[in-house]
Write a protein that binds this ligand. Structure first.
Ligand SMILES: [Zn+2]
Length: 268
């Protein structure tokens, strides 16, 4: 049976993080969908949300989901400086833990920007008590990538586990088919075909954002994103929620914190 962990990158694309921003209402939509599917997810949360929407973080955790960390302000790791990264990550981890009522052990790099050049961040994350990362695209089809990394879950030298973005082989390419523009634009039968070919030792997960569920918002170009990608993603919003739901209806797996053992087993 295909079992897919659902993950959410909890961020506000306007970068304003207003206390009444649309990301809050859209997250409620996602929570309601999870409820209907009896699915427990991992929410990689931007640190600023601990200040702008603390009750949202409490609600997510109270509904049985995992709160994990998605950096303080969605700066790509390749643009981070060590001292600031360490200070912000430590403060945010603490704040998110207080709101969630559980330890925060997972990290996802903004835009999957954990690359060979930014791998120094793992040392800091490990020191701060993070136990896993879900931050690399093991492919070179995108702006950021870690092309030589394993396709399946593995352990970094400092002991942290990595859950790479699932990719499928298509000729000489590795396609990150379970997320973003690939997921939203690919016909469902193609997606199912890739899932059938996934190995038994793959930890499969998909991801979405609150704004992907916002089919009513007028078009706005997203910061740091090419116009054509912004346009395609905005057009995909009408179908994104339905697509995610269909994927999750194939079978859901627990949050990533509960899959660390599978990663260890896959490494043996
Ligand atoms: Zn993000």
């Amino acid at each position: 049976m295909t079992a897919i962990t659902f993950t959410v990158d909890l961020e506000d694309p306007s970068e304003r993080y207003a206390p009444d921003g649309r990301y809050i209402a859209m997250t409620q939509r996602i929570l309601d969908m999870c409820e209907a599917l009896n699915c427990k997810a991992t929410f990689f949360t931007i640190g600023r949300i601990a200040e702008s929407a603390p009750q949202l973080v409490r609600d997510i955790a109270a509904r049985g989901h995992e709160i994990a960390y998605h950096s303080h302000n969605h700066v790509s790791l390749t643009k981070e400086a060590p001292a600031r990264f360490k200070r912000e990550s430590a403060e945010d981890k603490d704040k998110l833990q207080q709101l969630a009522g559980h330890e925060v052990i997972g990290f996802r790099a903004p835009r999957f920007s954990l690359t060979p050049a930014s791998a120094w961040t793992l040392g800091i994350l490990g020191e701060l008590g993070f136990r896993y990362s879900s931050s690399i695209m093991p492919t070179d089809v995108s702006l950021f990538g870690f092309p030589d990394a394993p396709r399946t879950a593995f352990t970094w030298p400092n002991g942290m586990v990595e859950f790479p973005l699932p990719v499928a082989a298509l000729g000489k390419y590795r396609l990150p088919y379970l997320g973003g523009i690939y997921l939203y634009t690919m016909p469902f039968f193609a997606l199912r075909g890739f899932l059938r070919r996934a190995g038994d030792n793959e930890v499969l997960w998909t991801y979405t954002h609150p704004y992907d569920f916002d089919s009513e918002e007028p078009f706005k170009r997203m910061p740091h994103t090419p116009l054509w990608i912004s346009t395609v993603l905005w057009m995909a919003r009408k179908k994104a929620a339905g697509k995610i739901r269909r994927v999750l209806e194939l079978g859901t797996a627990p949050p990533l914190r509960d899959r660390l053992g599978e990663a260890a087993a896959a490494n043996r």
